[in-house]
Design a protein around this ligand. Structure first.
Ligand SMILES: *Cc1c(COP(=O)(O)O)cnc(C)c1O
Length: 378
């Protein structure tokens, strides 16, 4: 079956007890057992819950994976993947990553004993050159947050194979509608389901998808043992979001493409980062490994922080806020918001300058969005 059909049906067949067409919210902590040692499939909701199970099956299907696991947040999902490693292991991470992932690596897992090196996301050879005998994990986002750089997933899968390491891809920005890393050779996909998968800015969640049985068993063990699970309501909201993922992503992209072209020509704009633009340095790679370019745009304004402050203050439809991927358009200032956990020096070294703004283009009417940006740019 095709993606749009699976998004609505996989893991979500009608409830056998009642015929309910939507998966019920199983708001229960425990389950009656038929006798000692005779549970009916569920025992305790940290370990398993039918609403969560439906979400996990749907997520696995959409990412072309065998197994899915839902977590309480994107960083909880990332944590689960890092728990596959042991103190002394080495991680190669892309240099442009979500601030919270950087914080987790630097402030939680480095003290715990992981060694982390950051490598130019766009250069698979640089990853190959940085591999050490104890390298166990390559971690990238693509497109990256916030500079929309593209990592060559198939090439990195080759590097990981050579190194005997796992390749994990944070697919939050693309969503499985536009990019399926497992099909390109990645071992693990991670999502902040808070973003496009939930899609309505009303829930926080995360997910890990893999086709590897051993890693799945370890991840599932950790999910139950450490307990960072989402509640049934949150799973239900994300499931509802998934059903319209394809429709929403088409609109996000259509709007973003239109606005990126306009921003690129605007005199108040210094530079636009959007993989769908022919001028994006990795446009061809993006076109090869993605079926579309998504709804995220970053831009540098002419001027410094004052220009950004003025721009943001003049916007009427784009809402100033963290997060992304919801139906409403958002504007974010990465240096002080999503990427404030990078020290200033590291931020600048990575190309996140004080005139950078990130847009999550929503699915409002594009004429209104264009007008809003034009007004704010003056
Ligand atoms: C938001 C985000 C995360 C973290 O997810 P939470 O749900 O906020 O914990 C991880 N990666 C990317 C790319 C994100 O945008």
């Amino acid at each position: 079956m095709k993606f749009e059909t699976r998004a609505i049906h996989d893991g979500q067949s009608a409830d056998p007890a009642t015929g309910a067409v939507t998966i019920p919210v199983f708001q229960t902590s425990t389950y009656q057992q038929d006798g000692i040692g005779k549970p009916r499939g569920y025992e305790y909701s940290r370990t398993g819950n039918p609403t969560r199970h439906a979400l996990e099956e749907a997520l696995a299907s959409l990412e072309s994976g065998k197994h899915g696991l839902a977590f309480a947040s994107g960083v909880a999902a990332t944590t689960a993947v890092l728990q596959l490693l042991r103190p002394g292991d080495h991680v190669l991470a892309g240099d442009d990553i979500y601030g919270g992932t950087y914080r987790l690596l630097e402030k939680v897992y480095s003290p715990w004993g992981l060694h982390v090196d950051y490598v130019d996301t766009t250069d698979p050879n640089a990853f190959a050159a940085a591999v050490l005998p104890n390298t166990k994990l390559i971690w990238v986002e693509t497109p990256t947050n916030p500079l929309l750089k593209i990592a060559d997933i198939a090439a990195l899968a080759g590097v990981a194979k050579q190194a005997g390491a796992l390749l994990a891809v944070d697919n939050t920005f693309a969503s499985p509608w536009f990019q399926r890393p497992l099909e390109l050779g990645a071992h693990i996909v991670v999502h902040s389901t808070t973003k496009y998968l939930g899609g309505h800015s009303d829930v926080v969640g995360g997910a890990v998808i893999t086709s590897l049985d051993d890693e799945f068993n370890d991840l599932k063990f950790y999910q139950n043992a450490a307990g960072a699970i989402p509640g049934p309501w949150d799973c239900w909201l994300i499931l509802r979001g998934l059903k319209t993922l394809a429709v929403r992503m088409r609109e996000h992209e259509r709007n973003a493409k239109h606005l990126a072209l306009i921003l690129e020509k605007h005199p108040a704009v210094k530079r636009v980062f959007y993989p769908g633009l022919a001028t994006h340095p990795q446009h061809e790679l993006a076109a090869k490994q993605m079926s579309g370019f998504g709804g995220m745009i970053s831009l540098e304004l002419n001027g410094g922080f004052e220009a950004v402050e003025q721009f943001v203050a003049r916007l009427k439809i784009f809402i100033l806020g963290e997060s992304l991927g919801g139906v409403e358009s958002l504007v974010c200032y990465p240096p002080r918001m999503t990427h404030s956990s990078f020290p200033a020096k590291e931020r600048h070294r990575r190309g996140i300058h004080d005139n950078l703004v990130r847009l999550s283009v929503g699915i409002e009417n594009v004429d209104d969005l264009e007008q809003d940006l034009r007004n704010a740019l003056g």
